[in-house]
Design a protein around this ligand. Structure first.
Ligand code: ADP
Length: 162
């Protein structure tokens, strides 16, 4: 049976840091499922449909073994439904660690057999976050090198940049 790794997130919007992590994961695992969260503690700028579309466009043809799906509800339940045991998350700075470790421990408490594996971000993307991208774009800054081209287009539309 193929090992399936689940990469959940808000992806509001997907950045090149996420894409890099997905590509590296797809090189290791036979199948990676990117789950785009509906229920989130954060208020999203993009709708779930928009976020899913931008993730699909951002990684299409890069990784044939990657599937992208929306998800709602308890993560461990969806992970089980996919017959998976691995949750992937990315770590940039030490500041990510506290929240990520709490979430990993809570998910393990909810479902013993599921492990969270962490991937350190690539150096060039260590400071890249969706929130920075939105802030820069909203102020008229250039984000073309930080996000897939479809996301750049969406942000330009949203902030009516040239
Ligand atoms: P969240 O799921 O907390 O809303 P995101 O959707 O932004 O956060 O990110 C999903 C996962 O990807 C998180 O584990 C986050 O730490 C990680 N991540 C975000 N940006 C990067 C990056 N530039 N490089 C590596 N991992 C990242």
């Amino acid at each position: 049976m193929k090992t399936v790794a689940i990469y959940p997130g808000t992806f509001d919007p997907i950045t090149n840091g996420h894409v890099d992590l997905i590509k590296r994961a797809a090189f290791i695992y036979p199948k990676v499922i990117v789950l785009v969260a509906a229920d989130t503690r954060k208020e999203c700028m993009f709708s779930m449909e928009e976020r899913v579309r931008m993730v699909r466009e951002g990684i299409h043809d890069l990784c044939p073994n990657v599937q992208v799906e929306p998800f709602q509800g308890l993560l461990v339940e969806i992970v089980k439904k996919h017959g998976a045991k691995i949750i992937l998350r990315g770590l940039r700075a030490v500041s990510d660690f506290e929240y990520e470790s709490q979430m990993a421990l809570m998910n393990r408490r909810l479902e013993k057999g599921i492990e969270t594996f962490f991937m350190i971000s690539s150096e060039e993307y260590a400071y890249l976050s969706s929130s920075f991208v939105k802030e820069i774009a909203s102020l008229g800054g250039e984000v073309r090198t930080l996000v897939p081209s479809g996301v750049d287009k969406e942000l330009r539309k949203r902030f009516t940049l040239a």
